[in-house]
Ligand binder design. Structure first.
Ligand SMILES: Nc1ncnc2c1ncn2[C@@H]1O[C@H](COP(=O)(O)OP(=O)(O)OP(=O)(O)O)[C@@H](O)[C@H]1O
Ligand SMILES: [Mg+2]
Length: 328
């Protein structure tokens, strides 16, 4: 059972090094990337989680003169200070307990290429001091070592926080901030990109169809309304997952409300603070569903079969929910 469907958008989806978009804000970024890539300047990419920071970092490498060199990525948020230091600068055998053999470190492995430091704001202060030295001197000494290693590495970093704010709070060195943020690039959140929610929904649907999974041919208007109303705290990654969910739990050519993730059906997303008076999630879901059912019944002049069609659910599902929500 389905309601009216939402037409496919007509704008042409651009594919810039795997970054898909129809939004002018993203096109402006695409215009800048080739020139920025060719400079040797350190780039800081700022954007919320899931906006495509790593894709941009890779595009910068691929468009640069270093394209034939290595691209080494490291997430600074996931390691302890000691492990991070050894990961970045390497160590010699015996430098600390457990260092059973020499390790070159990512800076050496990224020689003549690009190093991508993800979540750089989370880097412990002691590592920031070492990184600053590498950026100033283009050389470093591995942990426990005595010889200096010279490296030619372009640094691209990413953060979802403001480094200026972090430096004001003394969590990030100001001198390092100026070194890594010679060219700042900003990736807008998905919810602010005009046209991208619709365009990327179809893009991911088509990707699944090409893989021979469920072939969605129509998206219910109510589904698209829900997708457009949602704030997308997890940005493109979350949208991709939502479409993946529809393919995993639903079937048939119609993308209907039942195929939406719990968040999209009205449960508060995990990152939103709880309301001051705690309301059980189930109540919120019920309230959202009640409202949708009431609206469908109104539009169908009380005809339940038609209301089920508008909601995109089976008639029996609507019957059951009417009973469970005591709306019958
Ligand atoms: N514009 C886009 N088009 C297609 N896929 C995208 C786009 N933006 C992001 N993605 C996909 O979403 C996922 C998240 O992207 P990416 O890892 O680059 O984000 P991020 O900003 O680095 O996130 P995090 O801060 O969580 O590390 C990846 O699978 C990526 O391929
Ligand atoms: Mg990332």
């Amino acid at each position: 059972m389905r309601g009216r469907s939402s037409p496919r958008p007509t704008q042409r989806l651009r594919d810039f090094h795997g970054i898909h978009s129809v939004a002018p804000q993203m096109f402006a970024l695409f215009e800048r990337l080739p020139r920025v890539a060719l400079s040797e300047a350190s780039v800081l990419i700022r954007g919320e989680t899931g906006t495509g920071k790593e894709l941009v970092a890779r595009a910068l490498h691929d468009l640069s003169a270093r394209v034939k060199g290595p691209f080494q990525a490291l997430n600074c948020a996931t390691l302890t200070a000691e492990l991070l230091a050894s990961e970045l600068f390497g160590h010699v055998r015996g430098a600390f307990t457990g260092a059973i053999r020499d390790r070159p470190g990512l800076f050496r492995q990224a020689h003549r290429g690009t190093i991508f430091l993800d979540e750089i704001a989370e880097m412990p202060l002691e590592i920031q001091a070492r990184l600053l030295r590498v950026l100033q001197e283009r050389s470093f000494t591995p942990l426990g070592g005595t010889d200096t290693v010279e490296v030619d590495v372009r640094v691209v970093s990413a953060t979802h926080r403001s480094l200026r704010e972090e430096s004001r709070e003394h969590r990030f060195r100001e001198d390092l901030m100026y070194r890594v943020r010679v060219v700042p690039l900003f990736i807008p959140p998905l919810a602010e990109r005009s046209g991208d929610v619709e365009a990327l929904t179809w893009h991911f649907i088509d990707q699944h169809a090409a893989q021979g999974r469920r072939r969605i041919e129509r998206v219910d208007r109510t589904v698209m309304d829900a997708l457009l109303a949602y704030p997308w705290p997890g940005n493109v990654r979350e949208l991709r997952n939502a479409i993946e969910y529809a393919h995993a739990i639903g079937e048939g050519p119609d993308y209907v409300l039942d195929d939406l993730t719990p968040e999209l059906r009205g449960e508060p997303p995990p990152r939103v603070l709880p309301p001051p008076v705690p309301v059980p999630a189930a109540t919120l879901v019920d309230a959202a569903e009640r409202a949708r059912i009431a609206e469908a019944l109104q539009r169908s002049n009380g005809h339940k079969g038609e209301a089920a069609r508008i909601l995109g659910v089976a008639r029996s599902t609507l019957w059951r929910r009417l009973r469970e929500l005591r709306l019958a």
